[in-house]
Every structure is written in structure tokens, then in C-alpha cells.
Ligand binder design. Structure first.
Ligand code: PDD
Length: 293
């Protein structure tokens, strides 16, 4: 079966899908995106993703290319046409096509691309293997709350991680605090069993998975704190993990080559993965979807 992409009003074979060379996303990274996870045919956290997309668009003054309701129908349709029940939907909106010039064009129409890709079904057993992270200076711009397609520091960081044999890079601000990963949120479990992840601000992307895990923790009575933590604190933490729509809840067992806790997937991390899966299967995603910075 050949893959189908949605490009500005048309469903086209994925291998032939293309955008104009003067699309501002291509020339200026003047656009935003969302990655939705599909689990057993259900979109996880659709409302949250749409609310966050609304925030990104509004902060950059990019118009919705179609109504929010139409966008929701289109994303489902792309998943359906590609027969994706477990995998991801990628959605990108740019300011549109215009002669290359820095100020916003007067009459460009925002451009929309949606693709879907199958991935192996969420496998708790596979997720229960730990990964390593490295730490790198956070050299990104200062609006991480906006899910911009401008991802150069993120891809450079991820590449550096891979070259170091690690899965992810945790980005560290000028105060030696971990903000987040290049494509995930960062968490630790303190010695007294408290979950810690960076508070929402312009310093992080408020992950939909992050919100689900926080809500699942609150429901289960697990202590948590939303605050920055330092690399030093992470190195002396009992456990660590990352969250994202594609990694779900994934244990971190080493930081910069140093073992976290006992070097195995932590007890609370494993519990949070179970609670997260239970939460998304029961509720579909987070209900608290109004804090994007
Ligand atoms: N990345 N922080 C950053 C910088 C991210 O790029 C992502 C997601 C997250 C986690 O957000 P969520 O839980 O909503 O997926 C945090 C996606 C998966 C990506 O760029 O592919």
C-alpha cells in the first residue's frame, strides 16, 4: 500500500508530495508543527495538541489554514487513508508561499501538510529498557513554548547524542538547570520519591505526554513538583525518565555516562508508564490544556 500525504487541499502519493520553493517554512522555518500519537486507532491528547497548536499559531500570528474542526477531520482522514492505527500523525503549518522577504507577506495563505506513519504498537516491555542521555548547553532561541519547525539546535543536539551512543540530549540553561530534551521533556525522581519536571514557561515545550503523566500522578496520589532541576541534582536522583508522544515514558539510566540510581529502570518510572497507559486508554489525554507558557 502506498502512503498518502495531504498537501494544501489535496491527497497525493507520499513520494510525489511537495511544496513550493518559496514556502516560508522552507526558506525561514516560518511555521509550526504537531506530532500526534495514535494508539490502537485513537489519537492521544487531541484536544491538548490542538490547543497547543492554537497557541503556537497565535504567538506567531499565522492564520489557521482551515478551521480547527476541519483540521481534526483531516488528521483522522490521513491516518485512515494510510491505515495507521498505531503510529504518528505529523502536521505542519507555515505562513505560506511568498516572494522571499523577511516581513510577513500581505496576502500569503498559510500552508498545511499532514502525513501519517505506522510505528510498532506501544509496547510496555520494550519501553522498560533504559536509555542514556548526554547534557549539552541549551543554545536555542527563548520561546520553547512555541512548537516551531525551526529545530536546528535540536537536531544538532540529537545527532551529538547519537554519536555519543546516547538516545537523547538534555539541554542545560545558563543557570545549569535542565530545561528539556531535544524532542522530549525531562524528569527525575528525588531520593524521597518525588517526581520533578521543569515548570511550564517559555523555557520548555509543555508536552502533551508530560501533562498526561502529571494528571495520572495526581490521580494516583504520587507526589510531584514542577520546578527546574540541575544536572547535579539529576546525577544524584534515584530515577530519571523522558516523556514524549513518540517515546511515551522512557527510563533514563545514565547521564553523561554516569549511572542514575541503581542503573536499572526505576520502580516509580515503571509505575508511571503503567499509570500513563491506563490514563490515555481511559481518558484519551490530558484535560488540563490551558497552560502553554
Ligand atoms: N517532540 N520538548 C520538545 C522540545 C519536543 O520537541 C517534544 C515533542 C516534547 C514532548 O512533547 P509531547 O509530549 O507533546 O510529544 C518536549 C516531538 C515528538 C517531535 O518533535 O517529534
Amino acid at each position: 500500500m502506498s502512503r498518502i500525504a495531504y498537501v494544501n487541499g489535496l491527497y497525493v502519493p507520499h513520494r510525489e508530495a511537495c511544496v513550493h520553493i518559496e514556502d516560508r517554512g522552507y526558506q525561514f522555518a516560518d511555521g509550526v508543527y504537531e506530532v500526534f500519537s495514535l494508539h490502537r486507532g485513537q489519537m492521544i491528547g487531541e484536544t491538548g495538541h490542538m490547543e497547543r497548536l492554537a497557541h503556537s499559531l497565535s504567538e506567531l500570528q499565522i492564520d489557521w489554514p482551515v478551521s480547527r474542526r476541519a483540521l481534526s477531520i483531516l488528521t483522522r482522514e490521513v491516518a485512515r487513508r494510510n491505515r495507521v492505527r498505531d503510529g504518528l500523525i505529523y502536521l505542519q503549518i507555515t505562513r505560506g508561499v511568498a516572494r522571499r522577504d523577511h516581513p510577513f507577506p500581505e496576502n500569503a495563505e498559510s500552508a498545511l501538510v499532514i502525513t501519517a506513519r505506522r510505528l510498532p504498537a506501544l509496547d510496555k516491555q520494550a519501553l522498560r529498557s533504559g536509555v542514556g542521555v548526554i547534557t549539552l548547553p541549551d543554545i536555542r532561541w527563548k520561546r520553547h513554548d512555541i512548537k516551531s519547525v525551526s529545530l536546528l539546535p535540536n537536531i544538532l543536539g540529537k545527532q551529538q547524542a547519537r554519536e555519543a551512543g546516547a538516545y537523547e540530549a538534555w539541554l542545560v540553561d545558563d543557570d545549569a538547570m535542565v530545561t528539556e530534551g531535544t524532542s522530549s521533556n525531562a524528569w527525575i525522581v528525588t531520593k524521597d520519591g518525588e517526581l520533578v519536571t521543569h515548570n511550564t514557561s517559555q523555557a520548555i515545550l509543555n508536552g502533551i505526554t508530560r501533562l498526561s503523566v502529571l494528571e495520572a500522578a495526581a490521580e494516583a496520589g504520587v507526589k510531584f513538583s514542577e520546578r527546574p532541576f540541575s544536572v547535579e541534582e539529576a546525577l544524584s536522583a534515584k530515577e530519571a525518565f523522558i516523556t514524549s508522544s513518540t517515546s511515551h515514558v522512557k527510563a533514563v539510566t545514565s547521564i553523561d555516562g554516569k549511572t542514575v540510581g541503581n542503573g536499572h529502570v526505576g520502580e516509580l518510572t515503571a509505575r508511571m508508564l503503567d499509570l500513563y497507559v491506563e490514563f490515555i486508554e481511559g481518558k484519551g489525554g490530558p484535560s488540563k490544556t490551558d497552560t502553554w507558557n
